[in-house]
Design a protein around this ligand. Sequence first.
Ligand SMILES: *Cc1c(COP(=O)(O)O)cnc(C)c1O
Length: 356
Amino acid sequence: MKKHNFYAGPSILPQYTLDKTIEGIRDFAGTGLSIMEISHRSKEFIACMNDTIALAKELLEVPSGYQVIFLGGGASMQFAMVPMNLMVKKSAYLVTGEWASKAFKEAKIYGEAVEVASSKDKNFNYIPKNYTVPADADYFHITTNNTIFGTELKKDPDVKVPMVADMSSDIFSRPVDVAKYAIIYAGAQKNMGPAGVAMVIIREDALGKVTRPIPTILDYRTHIKSESMFNTPPCINVFAVQQTLQYLKDLGGVKVMQKKNIEKAAILYDEIDRNKLFVPTIADPEDRSIMNICFVMAPEYKELEQPFSDFAKSKGMVGIAGHRSVGGFRASTYNALPKESVQALVDVMKEFEKKN
Ligand SMILES: *Cc1c(COP(=O)(O)O)cnc(C)c1O
């Protein structure tokens, strides 16, 4: 039976990425060697890294003065690298979920980190509005998409200080005004490739202001200078990201992707709103994520949660269990998820409603 992959991460990748990566494992760039067994200093791999960086810059229209690097350690390592490299005295954080909380925690190690607002009072089911960012903050950190609870900041906020964004779960899903940010970072395993590599976009003049000693490998300047080759990069991961970005470019780029993603999300949210068995966990349509769509059973149908889960599974739905801190269901509708999978889930919801 065809599987419909709604996992939140690692998650579905384009078939193109999988096919090309299998090819690369057998014979990388016509070298007769696998991408797993060739030197990262070979001209073929250097070309792969440079092309991946160039594709990322092109797709996100990264302005001059910015660098794109690929690092190991995932997005979580960036929680620490950001304050270590950027925070002279003070930083500001918008705490919209578990990932944002983890980022905020790291910042407190390096100075005065201010929580400008938090939606923790309501289990992170909305995006706080009307907050004030201290004018003397070195940066304002946001998490654009709240992967676990299903909220999303779909527009780049307007604030007076440079922004830093964790875009792990909505990178390349829509256009971004990169010029508003000092740093944008994202782990690969939601919209780019396999886990184990993170992309970081950095405005160069944001660096070099702190006086604290930074370990060489955690200093962004090290990786900029060595063009993401300070140490051995996760070669196969970078290669897979290159394939995904090439595929995205061939499809028409992030604007085309955004249109498809909005369409997919609307199909599912409409069904959640219509179907008497389910309720959305995010009430305000403006705050609803286009990438991670969370819903629970309506209170009067609570006992149908396990039966629905089993029914959906029997129809090929994979990975729709909600995160343990929310319960219910979460369907992740990343770039690579086809509209047919969303339609298949909606059909399952309709069929289950008829049976109950
Ligand atoms: C998945 C995720 C992370 C964690 O990524 P790792 O690569 O596992 O460190 C951080 N932030 C957000 C928004 C995520 O979705």
